[in-house]
Design a protein around this ligand. Structure first.
Ligand code: 6GU
Length: 248
């Protein structure tokens, strides 16, 4: 997969894109990530990438010409999603990350918070993504979040291949608790079942813990999570009164 990221602060990506899972995915050639400085496509001698808004008001607006030139130059004849990071976009979920991870190429445009000329949205971006309902100073941190969520889904990106399948949200549920050694830390023991060696019982217990944790913390997720008839029944007995999606 190839990911091109356009920003006026490309140096912000150096740490996150050179560390841990993303670093390893790049080394294994699972992903080719390139960052570009939009300023390199600025047209005037001061290399301006933003300007005051027509009609007045505060803040600055990102100019269209450098963004169009940068994307068109780098894209060449290729056709690929051009994603504008903006708080007005559709909200990133695990399903959106999975959809993006299936693409051979993505382009990410980082807008500054005050805004991007509307013609970029209308005629250059093919998609707009937000990472949640809060305000960031620019799209850069959001682009890092998108890249991380996408890259860890690429086959071979995680050490243990099963890891991504059972992650919180991958199942539509939150994950239950995890424990490691020691079996007794201070006066707090690890649940006995985990030390029992009964693999099938452990799997069932973990599923139950995931259901309970989701019920406690994010009951809204139970409305769309794939659940068996037995699990629905069990959740009702635990006091869940909300809706369920179609049976699986
Ligand atoms: Cl994509 N950009 C900005 N500026 N703020 C955000 C965001 C994006 N997603 C959530 N907040």
């Amino acid at each position: 997969m190839r990911i091109d990221v356009f920003s006026i602060f490309p140096e912000m990506f150096e740490g996150p894109f050179s560390t841990s899972i993303i670093k390893r995915a790049r080394e294994r050639d699972l992903v080719d990530i390139r960052t570009y400085n939009i300023r390199d496509w600025a047209i005037d001698k001061h290399q301006l990438t933003d300007d005051t808004p027509y009609g007045g008001g505060g803040g600055m607006v990102m100019k269209p010409e450098p963004l169009f030139a940068a994307v068109e130059d780098v894209r060449g004849e290729d056709v690929c999603p051009v994603i504008l990071l903006t708080p007005q976009g559709r909200v990133l979920t695990q399903a959106v990350a999975a959809e993006l991870a299936a693409r051979p190429r993505l382009m990410l445009l980082c807008g500054r918070y005050e805004g991007v000329d509307e013609r970029v949205r209308e005629h250059l971006a093919t998609d707009e993504i937000s990472i949640g309902d809060y305000v960031l100073s620019g799209g850069e941190l959001a682009a890092m979040v998108v890249v991380d969520a996408v890259v860890r889904l690429l086959p071979g990106a995680l050490g243990f291949e099963g890891s991504a399948v059972e992650d919180s949200h991958a199942t539509g549920l939150l994950e239950g608790a995890h424990y490691t050694r020691p079996p007794l830390f201070r006066e707090w023991p690890v649940p006995e079942i985990l030390i029992s060696g009964h693999h099938a019982r452990i799997v069932a217990w973990r599923r139950q813990q995931a259901l309970l944790r989701t019920l406690e913390r994010r009951p809204d997720l139970l409305a769309t999570a794939p659940l068996t008839a037995k699990e629905r029944q069990w959740l009702r007995a635990q006091g869940y009164e909300g809706p369920f999606a179609e049976a699986v």
